[in-house]
Ligand binder design. Structure first.
Ligand SMILES: [Zn+2]
Length: 138
């Protein structure tokens, strides 16, 4: 059985995916199995703000590369720790990971929901799961 994984913005999902398994991936209200931490969410926000203002980075800034690396490690741990959650998820025909980022906003090049879909595909496909990345819904 194939699982198609999409990503999308909360509140902007097309009607035809309302019956899909929609997973809130936000730090605030999201599933703990896939949510990032406040540290990296606030850190990357601060990093972007410092870059935009052209001021020196602070010790709590988290660059996008660091965010990706830390979040990937979190997911690798979660895939092992929460195996049942993920194997159940991969029994669904359609899964949508959501958060609030508007990827159409100029300058927004990165959102963790896209990383999440990619990491699940990379980790679970070699284990025999048939996963297709459907990309961003809009
Ligand atoms: Zn996001």
């Amino acid at each position: 059985m194939t699982t198609v994984i999409y990503t999308g913005q909360i509140g902007k999902l097309p009607n035809n995916v309302r019956s899909a398994c929609i997973i809130d991936s936000t730090v605030k209200t999201g599933c703990v199995e896939v949510a990032p931490t406040w540290d990296i969410v606030m850190g990357v926000k601060e990093y972007k703000a410092c870059c935009q203002r052209g001021v020196p980075l602070t010790p709590t800034c988290v660059s996008i590369d660091d965010y990706k690396r830390i979040y990937k490690q979190m997911l690798m741990d979660s895939f092992v720790k929460n195996e049942v959650f993920f194997t159940n998820l991969l029994k669904e025909p359609t899964v949508v990971f959501t958060c609030y980022c508007n990827l159409k906003t100029p300058g927004i090049k990165f959102c963790h929901r896209v990383e999440l879909a990619k990491e699940i595909w990379e980790y679970f496909s070699p284990l025999g799961y048939d996963i297709v990345l459907g990309g961003e819904l809009n």
